[in-house]
Design a protein around this ligand. Structure first.
Ligand SMILES: *Cc1c(COP(=O)(O)O)cnc(C)c1O
Length: 404
């Protein structure tokens, strides 16, 4: 692709697509592992991975081959029939989690929709009419469809779309007293991210989830964990809640699960899952052969002997250590560095995250912002020490320019 054609793509993108994204003026064409190439011939080191999606990096051979093989076999049949890769993927998820049953959909927001519906249906079956409220956290993010948006504790996303759905209330994240107080007689579930990712990589107290579980048990309400961003090895465990030793009743997955294809999943224990019966919920494309075969290869590869998850845990510790080194060089620019595994944030002061992200693109590094002025690092789980060193060198140069 010549740079002329590249500019046309950018131009036509503005012309023909709804302006829902503030995109960088770059069209990415090809990827391999940690790197992507743009149509104007530039190479980028990818420390965002499609926002925690490309868990095995770009075009991992096992993922690509699984997709190709399935594409030659069967693209779609619908959930009127049993689907081999869907069943296999469900089995693998169940065998590696707290869950007994899985419902497949196509995105994170859909998984949250399914979770809210299941929690309400379970509560109605179990306790009668009046338990439908979901307690979620301020600064949370659960997606852009109406129920997921109504569960998202950030008013900036609601503006212009009201009224929000009824039955959601919000408490400060990482605050047990407010949570306890918010669980009244109409509440059916508590919905939380183990780490608030979009909200700015906010990590709760190590004891928080454990205590939340106790509160939910005592009040007899369900615990839904949204692991759409934190799941599938991202934090150095298959699921982030494993760090806390508790299990939820319902969990949502998407992003990293498909290794780059669109898939969402909602998992639950048998006790809760039995509230869904034929007709309760459905999705035309949910669990389709292509998405499931690709996700199956991704998950099998990630789980193989625990090698990749262990490496993610190790690389996460190295990444944090190196980011802290950067912080000590630029104490005037960096307020805090935080992260678990390969989900890390660097909170900036006195310089705009978006400006740093743009400067990073200019030197061939992909990063993104989260929350209020936080750089988000969510590299593929296959990231190496050398990749981290290279990224740290680029970041150091950029920040030195901003300091000057
Ligand atoms: C990205 C994200 C979602 C929404 O997922 P989509 O696939 O964009 O609908 C929901 N919850 C969390 C925690 C996320 O990070």
């Amino acid at each position: 692709m010549t740079s002329m054609k590249h500019d046309t793509v950018v131009e036509n993108s503005h012309k023909y697509l709804m302006h829902t994204y503030a995109r960088h003026p770059v069209a990415l064409l090809k990827g391999r592992g940690m790197r992507v190439l743009s149509g104007d011939g530039r190479e980028y080191l990818d420390f965002i991975a499609g926002i925690a999606v490309n868990s095995l990096g770009h075009c991992h051979p096992k993922v690509v081959v699984a997709l190709q093989k399935q594409a030659q076999r069967l693209l779609h049949v619908s959930n009127l029939y049993h689907i081999v890769p869907q069943t296999k993927l469900a089995e693998l998820l169940v065998k590696n989690s707290f869950a007994d049953k899985v419902f497949f959909c196509n995105s994170g927001a859909e998984a949250v929709e399914a979770a809210v519906k299941l929690a309400r249906k379970f509560s109605k079956d179990e306790f009668g009419q009046d338990r439908y409220e979901v307690v979620a956290a301020q600064e949370s993010f659960h997606g852009r469809t109406m129920a997921a948006l109504s569960a998202t504790g950030q008013e900036k996303y609601w503006r212009g779309f009201g009224p929000m759905l009824q039955g959601f209330r919000f408490v400060p994240f990482n605050n047990l007293e407010s949570l306890k107080a918010a669980i009244g007689q109409h509440v059916c579930a508590v919905l939380l991210e183990p780490i608030q990712a979009e909200g700015g990589i906010k990590i709760p107290h190590p004891d928080y989830l454990h205590r939340v579980r106790e509160i939910c048990d005592k009040k007899n309400v369900l615990l839904i964990l949204d692991e759409i961003q934190t799941g599938i090895g991202r934090t150095g465990k298959l699921f982030a809640h494993e760090h806390s030793g508790i299990t939820p009743d319902i969990m949502t997955l998407a992003k990293g699960l498909g290794g780059g294809v669109a898939i969402g999943a909602m998992l639950a224990t048998d006790r809760v899952a039995k509230a869904f019966v034929p007709g309760s919920h459905a999705s035309t494309f949910g669990g389709n052969p292509i998405a499931c075969a690709t996700a199956l290869a991704t998950l099998e590869t990630i789980l193989e002997d625990g090698v990749i998850i262990n490496a993610a845990e190790r690389m996460g510790r190295y990444l944090i250590k190196r980011l802290e080194g950067v912080q000590s060089k630029f104490p005037g620019l960096i307020r805090e560095v935080r992260g678990v595994g390969l989900l890390c944030g660097m909170e900036l002061v006195g310089v705009d995250c978006s400006k740093v992200v743009k400067a990073a693109m200019d030197v061939g590094l992909l990063i993104a912002c989260a929350g209020t002025n936080v750089i988000r690092f969510s590299p593929p789980l296959i990231v190496t020490e050398e990749d981290i060193d290279e990224m740290i060198n680029l970041l150091t140069k950029i920040l030195a320019d901003f300091e000057a």
